[in-house]
Structure formats: C-alpha cells, structure tokens
Design a protein around this ligand. Structure first.
Ligand SMILES: [Fe+2]
Length: 316
C-alpha cells in the first residue's frame, strides 16, 4: 500500500486472479481490437511531416522551394483510391512548387493504371508532378525473383502502359533521366532513377551532362539506392518502399523484413554529404494493415545552407 493511501486510510481492493478462460478471452479481445484498428483505422490516419533542410550551393532564387513527397499508393481497391484522393487534397492545400512521387503507384496488374493517371491529374504544383517507378510498377514483387520478373516481356508492357497513362495526365516520369528547374536564370536539377529491383538503375545515364556544381534533388523508390550514389553529388534523395516497416509489434520493435527496412526504415538521414528522406508512404503493401506506422505525406522546404552546420527542422 502506498504511503499516501495508508495515511488517508484508503483500502486497497485487489481484483481476484483471472482464470485461464478469462485470460484467453482478454487476449483474444485485445488481438481482435488491434487487428480491427490496424485494418480499418490506422491506414486512414494520414499525417503530414514538415521538414526544412539546408542545401549546399542552392541559388537564392530557390530559397523556400516547397516539395511535397508522396509515395507507395499501391492502388488495388476503393479504399486505397480513397486514401490517395485524401493525400492529394492535403498535398494541394500545401501549395507545393513541385510534387515528387517515388513509385509503387499500383499494387498488382493492369487494372488500376488508368486510375493512377486520373488521380495524378488532380495534383496542382507550379513546377508540376515528377515521378519514378517502384518495384510494383515493374511487377517485381519478390527480391529473390527480381532478375526473372524484370526480364519478362508482359511485365515490361505493364510499366510502358503506366508511363503513357501518367504522361497523358501531365506527370513527368523519369527513368534514369533528369531535367532542370529554372528560376531567374538559376537552375536546380531533378533526377529520377529506376528502381533497384528492376536491375535498370543507371546513375551514370541519369546524371549525364549534368555539371557537378548544380544542386540536385534525386528521386528513387528504394532507399538503398543511396549506396549507388556514393561517388556522386546528391543533395537530397527522396525514397519510399519500406512503408516504415508498416507493422510495429513485439514491444514496439518493428518486424524488419529486408535490408532497406533495417537500414533506412523511415525518416531523415544524413548521407553522401546531403540528405536522405524515406517516407512511410500513403498506401499499404501486401499486408493490408498498418500498426504503429501511420501513412504520411512529407512537405520539404529547402534553403541555401551547409548541411554540416546549418539547422534542419522536422515537425510532425
Ligand atoms: Fe511499396
């Protein structure tokens, strides 16, 4: 009995010990409630992460450039479409200069390709929408079978159809390519790399003819791409793929499948003298649930500065 309770004469009433049947019933009830929450509540708790990052040699005309980062839509049913619509409404309300989508538009097959294009057409940004493909857009769903999957002609047709659908709705798809954002005669490069699992990621081709003094924002689906960028300038790499682990279990530790989740689960990292931001994404992958890892969109504002010295801000 605590000292305070003893002094005021309070009686401590102890609950009778639980029987085995009651314990099982309580555990089953908790599990059912958690499952229900993970399937029907948390996937809809879309949050906004706000970041302010210094970028080396960023021209002053780009001070305050606002990038909204979306990823991993995984379109497969009405619920997933509704989630993406919600994320697009939030993104538009943030009045971005550029919207960057880092892949996995569709979950499986051709059925949602047109939907992905129609949804993307609602995004408003002064420099438009730029995107790269993820492993699901290449129909590569297994790390172990990635070479075989990526080489299949019917899978090649999938990403060709997705590219033309997205482009017909105004999305700029970058497959190992870059383009320049232009403001008051200053430029910043936006680079898009192919997904690692497709075995077509070619950094050399993507950065061809790009002078090293030009700051660059790089889009890639898989955060492990940062390892391919070790000998190149990379001021900010935006990635998705991990879904933040998606399910946090075992006393709040994550079930960490795969190297990407173990090394770059989610959030902001210092890498290659620049930044890596890994978003938890908007949708759900093969497990149609989230627990302890809500979906997010990130809004990143950049300013001229030194990442080693100048402050960065993350606000969730
Ligand atoms: Fe994904």
């Amino acid at each position: 009995m605590s000292e305070r309770r003893r002094r005021c004469g309070a009686q401590v009433l102890r609950e009778p010990p639980l029987t085995v049947r009651r314990r099982v019933a309580r555990a089953a009830g908790r599990t059912w409630a958690r499952l229900h929450y993970a399937q029907h509540v948390e996937p809809h708790l879309l949050s906004i992460s706000r970041l302010r990052l210094p970028i080396r040699n960023l021209p002053s005309s780009f001070d305050g450039l606002r990038i909204v980062h979306l990823s991993d839509w995984h379109l497969h049913d009405d619920e997933s479409i509704h989630r993406v619509q919600e994320s697009i409404e939030l993104a538009n309300a943030l009045e971005p200069d550029l919207v960057a989508i880092t892949g996995d538009f569709i979950h499986d097959g051709h059925s949602k390709i047109e939907t992905a294009g129609r949804l993307a057409a609602h995004i408003r940004a002064s420099y438009g929408v730029v995107a790269v493909f993820g492993n699901h857009d290449w129909a590569v769903r297994s790390y172990w079978l990635r070479r075989y999957h990526a080489s299949q002609p019917r899978r090649r047709r999938l990403r060709q159809s997705l590219r033309s659908a997205l482009e017909s709705y105004g999305v700029r798809v970058l497959q190992n390519e870059h383009f320049l954002l232009d403001r008051s005669r200053d430029v910043v490069a936006v680079v898009g790399l192919e997904d690692l699992w497709s075995h077509r990621c070619d950094v050399e081709a993507a950065l061809k003819n790009l002078p090293p003094e030009i700051p660059r924002i790089i889009l890639a689906h898989n955060p492990m791409t940062i390892e391919k960028l070790k000998s190149y300038r990379c001021d900010l790499l935006l990635a998705g793929h991990t879904h933040g682990g998606q399910i946090k279990l075992l006393q709040n530790r994550l079930l960490a499948f795969g190297r990407a989740v173990r090394h770059y689960r989610a959030g902001l990292y210092r890498a290659n003298e620049g930044w890596l931001y890994v978003t938890t994404g908007v949708g759900c992958g093969s497990f149609r649930m989230r627990y302890g890892v809500p979906p997010e969109i990130a809004v990143i504002t950049v300013y001229p500065g030194d990442p080693d010295r100048d402050p960065y801000v993350i606000h969730r």
